[in-house]
Design a binder for this molecule. Structure first.
Ligand SMILES: Cc1ncc(C[n+]2csc(CCO)c2C)c(N)n1
Length: 224
């Protein structure tokens, strides 16, 4: 699986992302509320740009299956994920107008524009690899946190967040994204020993950069 091969190339960055102090504090219920609210506001802005990146994936698709999958994700993001985020944020006292007026943090801008740029200058595979730490990382984070003895669900104000990303629906979505990555790679002639492909160094560099930018997003969350 391409996703596993990419992770294996940058274990330090990957561990830094999925075990970041932000998520560990969140899982233990020790994350300051100001950090979580800051994160929620920035994540709203993030989701809108993320939807744009999948819209670009529609443009970059040359197979009907990929067109459909990316188009469905744009719809899911804008018409399900964003309303869910609004509902969730409302319970933290954040209104839609407050979220919409959020000034975009540099770390946020850096990340989403990097992904869009990889998609713009590269092909669908470059774009999906740039999206992979986001599309697949949160499912892994949710799964790991649920198995972590330091995680506390009882009385944890962030319990819903944990249950969302560890939930079946989310895990299945990530599995579909991983399958698409493999399918697109195979169509570009990258199959079997993927690490011997001429494109491998560039794909690894993209994945590593996007993973580092996810770390930057957590860091931003810790510094409201
Ligand atoms: C900074 C940041 N990175 C990743 C996600 C996770 N995520 C956003 S939309 C989506 C579903 C479609 O793949 C996933 C997994 C996030 N919320 N914020």
């Amino acid at each position: 699986m391409l996703f596993e091969a990419l992770k294996a190339e940058c274990p330090q960055e990957w561990e830094g992302y999925v075990t970041h102090p932000f998520v560990r504090q969140l899982a233990a219920g020790r994350l300051p509320e100001s950090c979580f609210r800051h994160y929620l506001k920035q994540d709203y802005v993030f989701l809108l740009h993320y939807a744009r990146a999948y819209a670009l994936a529609v443009v970059k698709s040359d197979a009907v299956e990929d067109l459909k999958q990316s188009a469905a994700l744009v719809d899911l993001l804008l018409n399900t994920e964003v309303p869910l985020h609004l509902k969730f944020s409302a319970r933290w006292g954040l209104s839609e107008s407050e979220l919409a007026a959020t000034p975009e943090a540099d770390a946020n801008r850096l990340y989403t524009r990097y992904v869009l740029d990889r998609g713009m200058s590269g092909d669908l595979l470059d774009l999906l690899v740039a999206l992979a730490p986001c599309a697949l990382g949160y499912a892994e984070i949710g799964r790991r946190l649920m198995a972590d003895p330091d995680t506390r669900l009882e009385g944890n104000p962030y319990r819903e967040w944990l249950e969302l990303y560890a939930g079946t629906e989310f895990q299945e979505g990530a599995a579909v994204a991983a399958t698409q990555l493999d399918r697109v790679a195979a169509r570009r002639g990258i199959e079997g020993e993927v690490t011997r492909s001429g494109r491998w160094p560039d794909l690894v560099a993209t994945f590593r950069t996007a993973t580092r930018l996810e770390i930057g997003f957590w860091e931003m969350g810790l510094n409201p």
